[in-house]
Design a protein around this ligand. Structure first.
Ligand SMILES: O=C(O)C(O)[C@@H](O)[C@H](O)[C@H](O)COP(=O)(O)O
Length: 260
């Protein structure tokens, strides 16, 4: 497990802008090194705020959008085009404004797609799509994503892995259908913790006072079944990007830094 590094920004606007700048740099570096990059997007206000900041950043043109694979950490299992779907919101915030290769935009299935209302079939299909994209160098059934982003919920959920529910206990499958999620809608598709941990870098985004307790719990040694965010880490880096409000209850040993 890579120990979390913390970056605390003054407010959520600055956090979104700084994270967008960081993401541009990370994508450009990966494309320079390997010719392509892969990023996993998250739903929620913090993730969409980052995408909107990226859309407004002049440096966004440094990214070769046609050589970027986009995946999702979770999806609300709703009909195609539903405004509550994470992919719909990501399209509005950024994706429609940049020249992506549609074949590299790996949206999770919708509830009116080929698997109909069967969310478990839809999850299995997404797992197969991930497995097909994984190469021998990835050492697993999921590509080693360059960056995987996760919004942190006030109850410490990440993706659609909620405390104590079966999805957070999954150790075999890379993608699962989620039933009875406490955050609406109740039916969702989610990457599991093992799939999340295939990423090179995992970035957790938390802004606002309602995230302060969750951040403090997840960063204080809680177990991943009770606090799913505690189980989200990357192969080479785990980064918590917070605003001051979300960092306000962190143990003093973590923040502010000892020298401050
Ligand atoms: O589909 C979703 O709802 C999510 O992906 C979810 O995990 C989200 O990222 C968190 O609930 C944080 O959401 P906020 O950034 O809006 O607080």
């Amino acid at each position: 497990m890579t120990p979390p590094q913390l970056v605390v920004h003054r407010d959520k606007e600055l956090m979104a802008q700084a994270a967008a700048a960081r993401l541009i740099t990370r994508i450009v570096d990966a494309q320079a090194a390997r010719g392509h990059a892969s990023v996993v997007l998250t739903g929620g206000r913090n993730g969409n705020g980052l995408l909107a900041a990226l859309a407004a950043a002049p440096a966004r043109d440094a990214v070769d959008w046609a050589r970027l694979d986009l995946w999702w950490g979770d999806e609300r299992f709703l009909p195609e085009g539903d405004p509550e779907r994470n992919v719909t919101q990501a399209r509005e915030a950024l994706l429609d404004a940049v020249p992506l290769d549609p074949a590299r935009v790996h949206a999770m299935p919708a509830s009116d797609g080929p698997y109909g209302k069967d969310v478990d079939e839809a999850a299995a299909a997404y797992a197969a799509e991930l497995a097909a994209a994984a190469g021998p160098e990835d050492h697993g059934r999921v590509p080693a994503f360059d960056v995987l982003m996760l919004g942190v919920g006030p109850d410490t959920h990440v993706a659609s892995l909620f405390p104590e529910l079966p999805a957070v206990r999954e150790t075999e499958r890379s993608v699962v259908g989620v039933h009875g999620a406490p955050k609406p809608p109740p039916v969702r598709v989610s990457l599991t913790l093992p799939a999340i941990r295939a990423a090179r870098e995992v970035w957790l985004l938390a802004a606002g006072e309602d995230k302060a307790e969750a951040a403090a719990i997840a960063l204080s040694g809680a177990g991943e079944i009770q606090a799913p965010a505690a189980g989200a880490y990357g192969r080479s880096r785990t980064l918590w990007l917070l605003d001051a409000a979300a960092a306000s209850q962190l143990p003093r040993a973590l923040y502010p830094p000892a020298s401050a």
